[in-house]
Design a protein around this ligand. Structure first.
Ligand SMILES: [Zn+2]
Length: 423
C-alpha cells in the first residue's frame, strides 16, 4: 500500500479542528474558553471532565486538543479518531480529508461519519421577577438571624459605616422564618435563583437545616414553575460586575465569606467578592461571564479545597485565573484552628486588631495591569456619612443618586490616597 505523502498528511492535519471532529461524536457545550461534554472513553456520568481546547487557542496553550481528567485520554484530532473510531493512522487522515475536502489518495475509506446529533429542545431559562428580590429585602432586618449576627461583629468604624450598604449591594434578604436569602442575580441583573439558609446566632449554619431554593418554597413553586424551566445559578454577587468594570474578582466558597470580605475591605470598584456556594460548586460555565469580560480572577479556596480548585483553574486554562492563598498563609494563626476559612480569620483579626499584609504576587499583578489595587492596601477611608435608616431598595433603584455619590466619594478618597502614598 503506497504511503500517503508527508505534505498531504501535513495539509490535512493543519486543517483539522478538534472541536469539529469531537463534535461529530460528542455533544459539547461551552465552558469558559473550552468546550466540555461526557467523556466517550470511560463510563462518564459527569459533564465537565472531558475538555476540548478549541483550535482558536494557541498550540503552546494546548489548543486543538482534547483531554479527559478522569481517564487521561488526550491528544489531537488524529489521535481522537484513532482511539475513538479505532482507525489506523492513514485511515484517520483519509477520514479528515473527506471531512475537509482535502484529496488524500484513491484508497476508499470504509467509514462514513455519522450525521450530527439532534439537540433536545431547550427549556426556557428561569427568570425570577425583581419584585421577589424586593420583597425579601424588606424583611431582611434584624429578624434575619444572619444579618443580626453580622451587625454584631467587631467591625471598625469604617467597616460598620458601610455594612448596610454592603448588604444592600448584595441584595441580602430575609424569609419570614428567620432564614437569610442569598440572591443569585446574573451579570445582566436578572434574578435566576435564591438560596435560603438558616444561620444560628453564633454565625454558624444550622447543619440540621438543608439550604432551600426560593422556587421550591410554598407560594413560589406554583408561580415560578421550576420543573418546566432550566435553572441556572450564577455566582453570588454577579450583578455587581457591570457597575464595577475594572474590579479584580475574588471568588470564595460561601456567600457568608463573600459578604464579610466585601465589607472588610470595602472599595468594590477595585475588588469584588463573589461566591460559588461551596467547594464543589465552582463550575466552568459560571465563570464564563468573567472570562468574556477579561477579568482577573483570584480563587480563594478554603484550606481543604485547594487541590480541587487548582484542578478547576487547570481545566479552565484561562491565563488570568489563579489560586490566591497568600492571605490564608500569612494571616492564619494556631488559635484559628484547622477548619477556619478566610472569613473566620478576618473576624479574628478584627478582634485582635491584626491587619493583613500586602501580598507580593498581587502587587506584581497590579503593576502590569492598570486599575488593580493590591489587596490589603491601606485605604485610610474616613467613615462615610450614611443614613442607617435607608430602606432596602429594588434593583431598578440601584442607580440611586446616593449610591453614585457614595461610590464617587470612595473613588476620590482612593485616588487621593494613591497620590499621597506615591509622594
Ligand atoms: Zn474519560
Amino acid at each position: 500500500m503506497p504511503k500517503i505523502p508527508d505534505e498531504v498528511v501535513k495539509r490535512v492535519i493543519d486543517r483539522a479542528k478538534i472541536e469539529d471532529v469531537v463534535g461529530d461524536f460528542v455533544t459539547m457545550r461551552k465552558a469558559g474558553v473550552n468546550l466540555t461534554g461526557i467523556c466517550p472513553f470511560h463510563d462518564d456520568k459527569h459533564d465537565g471532565n472531558f475538555i476540548v481546547r478549541p483550535s482558536s487557542i494557541p498550540e503552546a496553550r494546548h489548543g486543538n486538543t482534547y483531554r479527559c481528567f478522569v481517564c487521561d485520554h488526550k491528544g489531537g484530532p488524529v489521535q481522537f479518531l484513532m482511539e475513538h473510531q479505532r482507525l489506523s493512522f492513514p485511515d484517520a487522515i483519509r477520514w479528515l480529508g473527506k471531512k475537509y475536502n482535502e484529496p488524500v489518495d484513491d484508497i476508499p475509506l470504509n467509514y462514513t461519519p455519522p450525521p450530527p446529533r439532534p439537540k433536545p429542545a431547550p427549556l426556557p431559562v428561569l427568570e425570577i421577577p425583581r419584585s421577589y428580590v424586593r420583597r425579601t429585602m424588606e424583611i431582611g432586618g434584624d429578624q434575619t438571624l444572619f444579618i443580626y449576627w453580622l451587625k454584631h461583629l467587631p467591625w471598625d468604624d469604617e467597616q460598620r459605616a458601610r455594612l448596610q450598604q454592603t448588604l444592600w449591594m448584595y441584595c441580602v434578604g430575609g424569609w419570614k422564618d428567620g432564614r437569610v436569602v442569598f440572591w443569585q442575580i446574573d451579570h445582566n441583573g436578572i434574578p435566576r435563583a435564591a438560596k435560603l439558609m438558616k444561620y444560628l446566632l453564633d454565625g454558624h449554619r444550622d447543619k440540621q437545616a438543608h439550604p432551600g431554593w426560593i422556587y421550591n418554597q410554598d407560594g413560589c413553586r406554583q408561580a415560578l414553575d421550576p420543573d418546566n424551566h432550566e435553572i441556572i445559578k450564577p455566582l453570588f454577587g454577579s450583578h455587581l460586575l457591570s457597575s464595577h468594570p475594572k474590579a479584580v474578582v475574588n471568588i470564595v466558597e460561601s456567600e457568608k465569606t463573600a459578604i464579610i470580605m466585601a465589607n472588610y475591605y470595602g472599595d468594590p470598584d477595585t475588588q469584588l467578592w463573589l461566591a460559588c456556594g461551596g467547594l464543589k460548586h465552582l463550575q466552568l460555565d459560571s465563570l464564563q461571564p468573567l472570562i468574556d469580560q477579561g477579568r482577573t480572577i483570584w480563587l480563594w479556596p478554603d484550606k481543604d479545597g485547594r487541590e480541587a480548585w487548582q484542578e478547576v483553574a487547570d481545566k479552565l486554562g484561562y491565563y488570568h485565573c489563579r489560586l490566591y492563598t497568600h492571605f490564608f498563609d500569612t494571616c492564619w494563626r494556631e488559635e484559628d484552628g484547622d477548619k477556619a476559612d478566610v472569613a473566620d480569620i478576618a473576624i479574628r483579626m478584627m478582634k485582635t486588631g491584626d491587619k493583613p499584609r500586602q501580598a507580593p504576587e498581587q502587587a506584581a499583578t497590579a503593576k502590569s495591569q492598570e486599575a488593580v489595587l493590591p489587596l490589603g492596601a491601606a485605604l485610610h477611608l474616613e467613615p462615610v456619612e450614611w443614613n442607617n435608616d435607608v430602606p432596602f431598595m429594588d434593583l431598578e433603584e440601584m442607580n440611586d443618586p446616593r449610591l453614585r455619590l457614595w461610590r464617587e466619594t470612595l473613588r476620590q478618597r482612593y485616588n487621593f490616597n494613591k497620590t499621597r502614598n506615591n509622594e
